[in-house]
Ligand binder design. Structure first.
Ligand SMILES: [Zn+2]
Length: 216
């Protein structure tokens, strides 16, 4: 289950390669070379609270991508799409700073999966993400038939953090993923990484409030 040498989740994506919709390929494998999914790769719902130790690097990569988004002036969210054999296939981070608030990484990964993976490969894949899918992204995930989701911080946590910071709630109601996609295997939050994600959101909104104060 360990990633191919040279493509560990901590490695940098190849910036020279142009990929559609801001997606960075995680390795040089073409999607059709992905190993066939095995049914055992998909956990039972009752196993949903366990994250295997070899999956933590994917979650850490999500936090790194969220930090990259923050450094680029965007909201700190990052996500990685991982095949049944543990290979990271694609990754992205929030790109809403330009004004298009649908440019969430989970939505981009769902569309990438629809374009590049077979239905069986999608069902056996896992999406790791720094924050629980919003309803738009959960719906896209469900419509393209992707498999398990593992998130670091829940939408409930994020709403609590926004309230602490005095930030108005988002215009779209946060619903648990399984309220949007019934029966999906979902794991999270991941307490050992949630503090890092919390700090990224604090940094983003403190900077935003300073910018707003500067404008007024
Ligand atoms: Zn979303």
């Amino acid at each position: 289950m360990s990633p191919t040498a040279g493509t560990s989740p901590g490695s940098q994506p190849d910036n020279k390669t142009t990929f559609p919709v801001g997606i960075s390929p995680r390795n040089s494998r073409r999607p059709e070379q992905v190993h066939p999914p095995s049914m055992s790769a998909r956990p039972h719902p009752e196993e949903a609270d366990r994250v295997a130790p070899d999956e933590l690097p994917h979650l850490r990569r999500c936090v790194e991508l969220a930090a990259e988004a923050l450094a680029d002036g965007d909201e700190p969210f990052g996500s990685v799409l991982v095949a049944a054999d543990g290979t990271a296939l694609a990754e992205d981070r929030n790109r809403v700073a330009g004004g298009d608030h649908t440019r969430h990484p989970e939505f981009e990964l769902a569309r990438w999966a629809a374009a590049n993976l077979t239905p069986d490969q999608r069902a056996a894949a896992t999406v790791f993400t720094s924050g629980e899918h919003c309803p738009m992204c959960a719906a896209a995930h469900g419509w393209v038939g992707l498999g398990r989701i593992v998130y670091v911080a829940s939408s409930e946590q994020l709403l609590g953090w926004l309230a602490e910071l005095g930030v108005p709630p988002p215009p779209v109601r946060a619903l648990p993923i399984r309220d949007v996609v019934p029966g999906l295997a979902v794991q999270g939050p991941i307490p050992e990484l949630a503090d890092q994600v919390h700090e990224l959101h604090r940094s983003f909104h403190r900077r935003e409030s300073r910018t707003d104060a500067g404008r007024s």
